[in-house]
Ligand binder design. Structure first.
Ligand SMILES: *Cc1c(COP(=O)(O)O)cnc(C)c1O
Length: 475
């Protein structure tokens, strides 16, 4: 199928027209005068609002960084696909609440369908349990909540192991849940050191291990295949935090002779086998609002064993009357949730399916190629050193200097300068420990900031080389 460019405003009208026609079928009524707004006041407020949103972002002023532009490669931020935006806006017009089917049967069913799509992407069984959440943090909280309940049932320690590169919210949510955390060091590439994990497992000190598929820092994937095998040997549960990297699972399916897809074949450093191994985990979290082209907040948690639904004690006197079918609020810690989020993801995945060579796959493959092109440019430049070969779409690098204090200062200066320049380039900073740098660099500080570029838009592929050139001019 040839692809057509999408005009967001036309798309919104196309989706909103039938919604408005359906509204009109219910008969006209007068909106209450209290909901009116004096025109002058509204005009003034809108003028201030748009001025603040679009103000220049230098200094401490308001404004927004241009997340949509290829020159923005700073944090994990990009606008949703216009299909998601229009579907969200049209569904929000009706404002369904996916807590219960009473809150909107259509978006409740859409949520069950997209959750099944996500489960199929990871290779989870058809009989699984899952739902959307406000984001990755709540999704991980739910997975850890189930860890705690199972540990209570089994009388195993209320403790988890996470790597030192795992997302900071695991420790926060473990604190909320009363779980102890064993922090496992990382290897030279920033992946969980399985040798160091084996001790706590062998001692029976932890009930579950969190492995990350795409760290928030540098997009590193823990050794999931070997990690799961190790956990199984000691009877520990495995949760995969794939909030950032989960959708890259699509590109792993051409590997292992699993079919005729181009996927990520030929891309150095992409850990296809570890993505395939997620199918053997007990639970997994993925954030459609990161690489699934969705607006915030859309996370998802999936459990292999549907019987863990028993831990969500549910007894509500008022919400569940329209249907005996499973209501999503019976298996989620949150109560009210936007049906519009499910609607947006549903329409997006119908338009851009979860496939390696169609829909989302080619979008993600372009980001992987962008990171490799950016990394090759950094390697070819005398001004910079590549930190590590990228596994996903995030590249770490630093100004070529003799000491950590010079590297730290030069990184900070380039970060500021690049953002303030005309034709600005937006980067981020990332702090790394001294002993992870090459030995010839003088370690006159315990750690130093390096530069980080998140090349998460497919347009970055065409821009990677010129972004490096632009940075070289400014270093
Ligand atoms: C973003 C992220 C989270 C947190 O998810 P939110 O959607 O921001 O709440 C957790 N883990 C990883 C690996 C992430 O990248």
């Amino acid at each position: 199928m040839s692809a057509d460019a999408v005009d967001p405003r036309a798309l919104l009208a196309q989706i909103l027209d039938p919604v408005e026609a359906w509204e009109a079928e219910h008969g006209a009524f007068e909106a209450h005068p209290s909901l009116g707004v004096p025109r002058q006041r509204l005009d003034g407020a809108i003028a201030e609002f748009t001025a603040r949103l679009t103000a220049p972002t230098d200094g401490e002023e308001d404004g927004i960084y241009p997340f949509f532009h290829p020159r923005y490669a700073g944090q994990m931020l990009k606008p949703p696909h216009p299909v998601a935006w229009a579907a969200y806006a049209a569904a929000m017009r009706l404002n369904p609440n996916n807590h219960a089917l009473d809150g909107g049967p259509a978006t409740g069913r859409m949520e069950k369908e997209v959750v099944a799509d996500l489960a199929a992407m990871f290779g989870f069984p058809a009989e699984h349990l899952g739902h959307l959440t406000g984001g990755g943090t709540v999704a991980n909280l739910e997975a850890l909540f189930v860890v705690r309940e199972l540990a209570r049932e089994a009388g195993t320690p209320p403790a988890i192991a996470v790597s030192e590169a795992a997302h900071y919210t695991h420790a926060r949510m473990a604190h909320v849940l009363g779980l102890d955390v064993v922090t496992v060091p990382t290897d030279d590439r920033g992946r969980m050191d399985l040798g160091a994990l084996e001790g706590p497992l062998a001692e029976g000190a932890v009930s579950a291990v969190v492995l990350t598929a795409g760290t928030t820092g540098l997009g590193t994937v823990d050794p999931i295949r070997e990690g799961i095998a190790l956990c199984r040997r000691y009877g520990a549960r495995v949760h995969i935090d794939a909030a950032y990297g989960g959708f890259f699972r699509l590109l792993a399916s051409g590997e292992n002779g699993e079919g005729e897809t181009s996927g990520a074949r030929g891309l150095s450093g992409f850990p296809a086998g570890d993505f395939l191994a997620i199918e053997d985990a007990d639970s997994v979290v993925v954030d459609p609002h990161k690489h699934g082209l969705q607006p915030y907040g859309c996370g998802a948690v999936l459990f292999r064993d549907p019987s863990v639904g028993r831990f969500y004690r549910h007894d509500s006197p008022y919400t569940y009357f329209t249907s005996d079918a499973l209501h999503l609020g019976e298996i989620s810690l949150e109560c009210s949730r936007p049906g519009a989020a499910a609607a947006a993801l549903w329409l997006t995945l119908r338009a851009l399916p979860l496939a390696p060579d169609d829909g989302l796959g080619p979008v993600l493959a372009a980001t992987l190629r962008a990171a490799r092109a950016f990394a090759r440019g950094i390697e070819a430049s005398p001004a910079f050193r590549l930190w590590r070969e990228p596994e996903l779409d995030i590249v770490g690098y630093y100004p070529a200097s003799a000491s950590l204090s010079e590297i730290d200062a030069a990184s900070g200066a380039l970060f500021d300068r690049a953002m303030a320049a005309p034709e600005a380039v937006y980067l981020s900073l990332y702090r790394v420990d001294a002993d992870a740098f090459p030995p010839e660099i003088v370690r006159d500080r315990p750690h130093a900031r390096i530069l980080r570029s998140v090349l998460m838009k497919p347009e970055h592929e065409a821009w990677a080389e010129s972004l490096v050139t632009r940075l070289e001019e400014m270093v």
